[in-house]
Ligand binder design. Sequence first.
Ligand code: SF4
Length: 341
Amino acid sequence: MLSIFVEASCNRYVRDECRFCHVYEPLSAHAKEDWHMTPDDARLMVDKIRLVAPLKDLARQEINLTGGEASQNPHIVEIYKVFRTLSTNVRLHTNLDINSEKSKRWERLVEITKLRGRIDITLYPTVWKSRQKPLLEKVIQLQNGLIVNLIYESLTDLLKQINILTDFFNEQDKNKFSPVLGLLGEFHDRLKNVIEKNPRCREDEFLEGMGDLGNYVSCPGGFIFAVNAIPSFYVSPEGIRDMTSLPFPKDIYMLECTAVRGVIEIMTILQTGEMTPCCDVGNLKCLPKFGNLLVDSPEVLLQKFGESQKLMETGALKNKKNIENSQPGKWVEEGIPPYCV
Ligand code: SF4
């Protein structure tokens, strides 16, 4: 999968508007063009991806347009069309924290679903009722699938989010969404059981309690629903992520990096063109870069892939030794986070 940032995490917009934005009027004299991907940059990226076999293969599987908030990019529909020439499977991730159907952000999302792109969301309980829920009702009419990410701070928080989704699908067409309700019901029962037995359980006890529960179902008519439960982490003001997740503070959260093993499963491409083979680039602060898609030639990119992979391999071995020698958390000179092995 290629995960492509079409926006920086600027945090300057207030829901539907770029209120304090330095790229657009009235402050455009202080432009920071690389905050928003342009269609020209997207075209340049696509031309380059076609020439780099590992990237071309990842693109064919899936392209995920994200950010920052992807729907905030005023050119997102055009950008979607550009990436669609590489893959039939282009999705867009949004927070769906949008004021109303009159918002330009919403209009862009509707356009993309009309072009057969898929919208996926992260659930935010604080804005669920007022903003996400009414628009999610529309989203599931506009497309034939949905992935919902649930970022949870504790197991009770996760249970609350499952309940929110269950209540939501109970209000929709029950015939169509009965498999979704079945999946959420099973999720709820297993999780409740874990919480009742052992509310402060370790992560392996949680996983054992949840068992072989899958995370997706197909509904009559072909609608596919998937739910991803993702633990959240404390991130320091300096942007450094903790080694333990909030729901399982007793366990070091190891990342078995596939790039270390010579396999790239995901490549994140920032709007600046920088590439890292990882999904949480902002918080993990992995330093070895796999080149710059906008600047480097295909030959240079492949050379950097090889060099950075070797660097990561060496760093991961050092991380393992540090953990064995009771020195977890120590950063190695290769610049990969201490929990990557
Ligand atoms: S070393 Fe860690 S942060 Fe870097 S790409 Fe691998 S998993 Fe991601």
